[in-house]
Design a protein around this ligand. Structure first.
Ligand SMILES: Cc1ncc(COP(=O)(O)O)c(C=O)c1O
Length: 433
C-alpha cells in the first residue's frame, strides 16, 4: 500500500470509494491524457466522473479563470451583482428550451436536485415524489431519498414519500422480452395504477429522473418513455425534473440535453459535473414562476461564485463553438460500434450500450450468466495496466462505464477502444481458463 493510500485510509471515511487495488494519484493532465504520481500516463475515459468535460489544461478555461483571479475577486456572495453569473444564467436559460426560465446556482448536483425538489413541492403544496428504480441523485438528505439504487443509499430516511417507478428495470423477467412499445405501455399503466391505488396525485410534487442513469450503469429507458409518462403527469399537474448532471451539454451526441431524446421539455433541469470543467458548480434551470415560488429568502454562499461561473462560461462557450455534441456522436459511434462488434467473441460481455460519449459494458460470469463484480474489478485493473482510465457502476457493480472528455479525437477514440478490447480479451481468456 502506498504511503498516501495508507494516510487516506486513516483519515477519509471508508465509504469514500477509490478505484483499483492500489489507487492512483493524478498529478498532471493535458488534453485527454493524465499522469500519475509514479509517472504512468493514461488516456482518460472517465474524466473525473464526467467532470473534466473538455479534458485537462484547456487554455480558454485556464486563461479566463486566471483573469478573474487577477482581479482579486474570488467571491462576493449574491448580495452583490455577479456579472459572470448573470451571463451564464442567460445562456443556460436560452439553451434550456424551458419558457421564461430562471437559473439558481449551487455547488453540486445534490444541491441542485434539492433546489428543484423544493421548488416543485412548494409549487404543488405536495409532499410526495416519484423517482426511478436504479437512480442516483446525490448524497444529501432529500437526494438520498429519491435515489433508487440501494448500494448508494446511505439511509432509508425520507423527508417526502418517494415512490419508485419501473422504466429502467427492463432486466426483470416480466419485462425482458417486451418490445420497446409494449414495455413503455406496461410502465405507463403501472404509473396510472400507482396514482390510483397508492398515492393521491394531488399529493405528488414531481417525477425526478435521469434520462440515462449514470451511477446505475448508463442504463436507460427506451426513447419515448418519459413523454408517455409526462402525458399522465400533465393530466394531474405533476411536475417533471430531468436530472441532467451526467447527460447534459451534448454528451449523448444526439441532443444537447438527454431528455430531448424523449421529446420532452421538463419543468426543471438540474446540472453540475462538467459545466465548469472541474470547478465546483451545479444548478437548476426551470420555469421562472416555479423557481420564484420558493418561500422565504435564500442564498447559496458559494453557489455561482465568480471563479466557477467564469470557468463555466468559458467551458460552455467552448462546447458550443466547437460543436462538441457532434464530436461526441462521431467518437462515441467509433467506440460503441467497435465494442458491439467485438462483444460476440467475449463470453464475459453481457451487454454493450451507450449514446455518444457515454457508454458501458456489462460483465457477467460466463458459467452462470450472472453480473460479475469480480470480473469488472479485474477489467478495471487490466485497463489501468494498459494505460486507460475507465469507471465502474451498475446496480451490481459489474458495469464498466466510460465517459471521456467531449474533446476526444477520433484517433483517441480508436486508441481507447483498442486498449479496452485488449483488456477485456485478457479478462475473458482468464475467465475461460
Ligand atoms: C445523475 C446525478 N445526479 C446528481 C449527482 C450528485 O452530484 P454531486 O456529487 O455533485 O452532488 C450525481 C453524482 O454523481 C449524478 O450522477
Amino acid at each position: 500500500m502506498s504511503d498516501l493510500y495508507a494516510r487516506h485510509r486513516a483519515v477519509i471515511p471508508q465509504w469514500v470509494a477509490t478505484n483499483y487495488s492500489e489507487p492512483i494519484e493524478i498529478v498532471s493532465g493535458k488534453g485527454c491524457h493524465v499522469t500519475d504520481g509514479q509517472g504512468n500516463s493514461y488516456l482518460d475515459f472517465f474524466a473525473g466522473i464526467l467532470t473534466n468535460m473538455l479534458g485537462y489544461d484547456v487554455a480558454e478555461v485556464r486563461e479566463a479563470v486566471e483573469r478573474q483571479i487577477a482581479s482579486g475577486v474570488y467571491h462576493t456572495s449574491t448580495l452583490y451583482l455577479i456579472r459572470s453569473q448573470v451571463e451564464l444564467a442567460e445562456k443556460i436559460a436560452a439553451i434550456s428550451g424551458i419558457p421564461d426560465a430562471k437559473v439558481f446556482f449551487t455547488n453540486s448536483g445534490s444541491e441542485a436536485n434539492e433546489a428543484a425538489l423544493a421548488a416543485a413541492l412548494s409549487a404543488r403544496k405536495a409532499n410526495q415524489v416519484l423517482a426511478m428504480r436504479n437512480s442516483y441523485h446525490g448524497r444529501t438528505f432529500g437526494t438520498v431519498a429519491v435515489t433508487g439504487n440501494a448500494s448508494w443509499k446511505a439511509s432509508s430516511n425520507d423527508p417526502f414519500g418517494t415512490h419508485y417507478l419501473h422504466g429502467t428495470d427492463r432486466q426483470l423477467p416480466a419485462y425482458r422480452d417486451l418490445s420497446d412499445a409494449a414495455y413503455i405501455d406496461a410502465c405507463v399503466e403501472d404509473l396510472r395504477a400507482l396514482l390510483t391505488a397508492a398515492v393521491h396525485p394531488a399529493d405528488v410534487g414531481a417525477l425526478i429522473a435521469e434520462p440515462i442513469q449514470g451511477v446505475g450503469g448508463f442504463t436507460m429507458a427506451p426513447d419515448g418513455l418519459f413523454s408517455a409518462y409526462k402525458e399522465v403527469l400533465d393530466s394531474h399537474g405533476i411536475l417533471f425534473i430531468s436530472d441532467e448532471v451526467q447527460t447534459g451539454w451534448g454528451r449523448t451526441g444526439e441532443t444537447f440535453w438527454g431528455i430531448q431524446a424523449h421529446g420532452v421539455t421538463p419543468d426543471f433541469m438540474t446540472f453540475a459535473k462538467g459545466l465548469a470543467n472541474g470547478f465546483a458548480i451545479g444548478g437548476v434551470v426551470g420555469r421562472g414562476d416555479l423557481l420564484d415560488g420558493i418561500r422565504g429568502n435564500g442564498i447559496s454562499t458559494f453557489g455561482g461564485n465568480p471563479i466557477a461561473t467564469t470557468a463555466a462560461n468559458a467551458t460552455l462557450d467552448y462546447v458550443l463553438s466547437h460543436d462538441l455534441r457532434r464530436n461526441a456522436a462521431a467518437c462515441g459511434d467509433i467506440v460503441i460500434s467497435g465494442l458491439k462488434g467485438a462483444a460476440n467473441d467475449l463470453a464475459i460481455v453481457a451487454d454493450v450500450r451507450g449514446k455518444g460519449l457515454m457508454f458501458a459494458v456489462d460483465l457477467a460470469d460466463p458459467a452462470t450468466g450472472k453480473p460479475s463484480p469480480a470480473l469488472a474489478a479485474r477489467a478495471m485493473e487490466e485497463t489501468k495496466a494498459r494505460g486507460l482510465l475507465v469507471g465502474k457502476g451498475g446496480l451490481y457493480g459489474a458495469t464498466l462505464r466510460m465517459a471521456p472528455p467531449l474533446t476526444l479525437s477520433e484517433a483517441e477514440a480508436r486508441e481507447g477502444l483498442a486498449l479496452l478490447l485488449d483488456a477485456l480479451r485478457a479478462v475473458d481468456a482468464r475467465a475461460a481458463a
